[in-house]
Design a protein around this ligand. Structure first.
Ligand code: ATP
Ligand code: MG
Length: 580
């Protein structure tokens, strides 16, 4: 490709809309342009990178035995009603109407479509296992599209779906995808860690997310340095809070005391009250299917909403309004509690976090504004109906696997694998006859990679102050040939053309920067766009019979002009940047 004939609109300045470095570099390097919030056009070089990542994904899916298909983006809402996700995934579903006023939805994912296909096509255990995948555009009504391709309304996903005869067989399919993901991200030059993940609204019982560590990531990863434990914070567990819960009982009876104006845990912890947060009980009220549900936690803990959703078996809940709280507990937030003697009617259900088990000498709201109760013992004074782990793990707590202190860092979720079980095959009728002639639902798994998010994650991980540093495997071009002056027929240009022609003939993807620009501009641009190798050809060095070879981010090397092609080939092949 000749730069002068390409379309590579590089920018000196970062557009104000781009908050994170990878988004800035995507725009500055002329790889994408915004149409509207969360909607982007890929420009020619951005598309080259996308196609390379897709090719790696495709090769590894094929190698793992998955079969490529292509499903429609436009889907009938009935299959979503059948699976139950018309309601549980309502927040991301786009709805459209046709001329007959019939409703359709745009696919945010394809479990419903593929399971409908399997229901019609798979009838015998002899047809299993099968794994179908596609690389396709997904549409999600994201509440806050941001960070460019990271969280877009429309994005490209690789999604795969496995169908098996049994749970054990499904585990084998899961492991194949897990291994393929490990290879895919490594081949893209990404460091991506598998972490235990919540299964969310998709359902299922086992899941891992692949996370690219990055300060700008939207996820928090809890991990042990031994490498033996890593989990999304939504799912993470520890040995419990660092300060143990007070448990000495039996003690004195509950005692009410005035706390005028106290509305927060911190306020009650301060003088004159001085009740340490871990000795307080926090009382939260949620509305679940129009019913109030009360949740208790230690005062120094935060509710983990993902764990709460798992406990409820539903993600359809919201915090109660002040009026709903008052109707239930006769008090306003700040003075709420669940002590049985302060309630009009027993609370059912009443969830409590496991860290409160056996707690004694605790303080909580008295369900009378401006009052609290002390000397509370959980087992004696509060009728908990559900004990569950509901707290969010904190850094420094001890790992449940190794006993070492846990750390927390941020990460970008580039992929996720799920063992789904039979939720979709049962609701959508994907059944087969087993060897004994019995009808059984197929055991499913589903596996997603955000292809466009992965592209941006590579930039987030591989850049310096001058621009992108593409891993050769996904670079738009592997070599940039930079003649310092562009005069047709000059020795510099003749050599540049020769090197370009020879590299191209050998299958090494090169771009020839034949623009009439100053060398400084050309160097800046090629560093910004991030080509892994650059061959600079100038009059001075050519007079010595040399050209300059430079790895992006590395040192300059003087190379004999007649050996330039061989040296580039060696460098590129050595660095994995050839066609293989
Ligand atoms: P998130 O938690 O980030 O919203 P998700 O868990 O809902 O993502 P999945 O349904 O697991 O996403 O989709 C598979 C992959 O698709 C994700 O791992 C991610 O890489 C990518 N992805 C999901 N949502 C978006 C989006 N809005 N923009 C770009 N990529 C996305
Ligand atoms: Mg996910």
């Amino acid at each position: 490709m000749r730069w002068s004939q390409s379309f590579l609109p590089t920018l000196r300045e970062s557009p104000a809309e781009a908050e994170i470095i990878s988004h800035q570099l995507l725009l500055r390097a002329g790889l994408i342009r915004k149409l509207a919030g969360g909607l982007y056009t890929f420009l020619p070089l951005g598309l080259r990178v996308l196609r390379k990542i897709e090719a790696i994904v495709r090769q590894e899916m094929d190698r793992a035995g998955a079969l490529e298909v292509l499903m429609p983006c436009l889907q009938p809402p009935e299959i979503w009603q059948q699976s139950g996700r018309y309601v549980t995934a309502a927040d991301v579903l786009y709805h459209v109407q046709d001329r007959a006023k019939k409703e359709w939805v745009l696919g945010p994912t394809h479990e419903e479509v593929i399971t409908t296909l399997a229901a019609g096509e798979i009838s015998s255990y002899r047809q299993l296992p099968r794994n179908f995948y596609q690389i396709q555009t997904k549409v999600r009504d994201e509440i806050r599209p941001r960070f460019g391709l990271m969280r877009a309304k429309e994005f490209i996903m690789k999604d795969a779906y496995s169908f098996d005869v049994s749970d054990e067989a499904a585990q084998v399919s899961y492991q194949k995808m897990y291994d393929a993901y490990t290879r895919i991200f490594a081949r893209c030059g990404l460091q991506a860690l598998p972490v235990e993940a919540d299964t969310g609204v998709i359902g299922g019982n086992l899941s891992h997310e692949f996370m690219v560590p990055a300060a700008t990531g939207e996820n928090e990863i809890v991990y042990c340095e031994s490498g033996r434990y890593a989990a999304n914070i939504e799912k993470a567990v520890s040995q419990g809070p660092l300060i143990p819960t007070p448990k000495t009982g039996p003690g004195p009876a509950p005692e009410q005391f005035p706390t005028p104006g106290v509305q927060t845990i911190d306020h009650l912890a301060a003088p004159p009250y001085g009740v340490a947060p871990h000795c307080q009980i926090k009382t939260l009220v949620y509305i679940v299917q129009s019913q109030p549900v009360v949740v208790l936690l230690r005062g120094d803990d935060q509710l983990n909403e993902a764990k709460f959703a798992v406990a409820l078996g539903s993600n359809q809940f919201r915090p109660a309004t002040a009026a709903e709280v008052f109707a239930l507990l006769n008090a306003h937030p700040g003075s709420l509690g669940a002590v049985a003697s302060t309630l009009k009617t027993p609370l059912n259900p009443l969830y409590a976090d496991a860290a409160l088990r056996g707690a004694a000498g605790m303080t909580t709201g008295a369900n009378a504004d401006g009052f609290h109760l002390r000397h509370i013992e959980l087992d004696r004074d509060i009728r908990v109906t559900h004990w569950v782990d509901l707290r969010t793990v904190k850094a420094g707590e001890l790992c449940a696997v190794t006993g070492a202190p846990l750390k927390i860092r941020r990460g970008i979720e580039v992929g996720q694998v799920f063992k789904l079980g039979t939720k979709y095959s049962e609701t959508l009728g994907a059944r087969f006859l087993d060897e004994t002639g019995k009808q059984r639902p197929a055991v499913m798994g589903c596996y997603g990679i955000g292809v466009t998010r992965t592209l941006q994650a590579v930039i987030e991980q591989c850049h310096d102050e001058n621009g992108i540093i593409w891993p050769p495997s996904v670079a738009p071009f592997v070599v940039c040939i930079t003649p310092l002056s562009v005069v047709h027929g000059s020795p510099v240009m003749t050599l540049a053309e020769k090197i370009y022609a020879e590299l191209s003939a050998q299958g090494i993807e090169a771009i020839l920067d034949d623009r009439q620009e100053r060398p400084g501009v050309k160097f800046k641009d090629s560093e910004l766009v991030g080509f892994p190798w650059r061959v600079a050809i100038g009059e001075k060095s050519l007079a010595k019979g040399e050209v300059e070879l430079k790895r992006r981010g590395g040192e300059l090397m003087a190379v004999k002009a007649d050996q330039a092609v061989a040296r580039v080939r060696e460098a590129v092949r050595g660095g994995g940047g050839g066609l293989g």
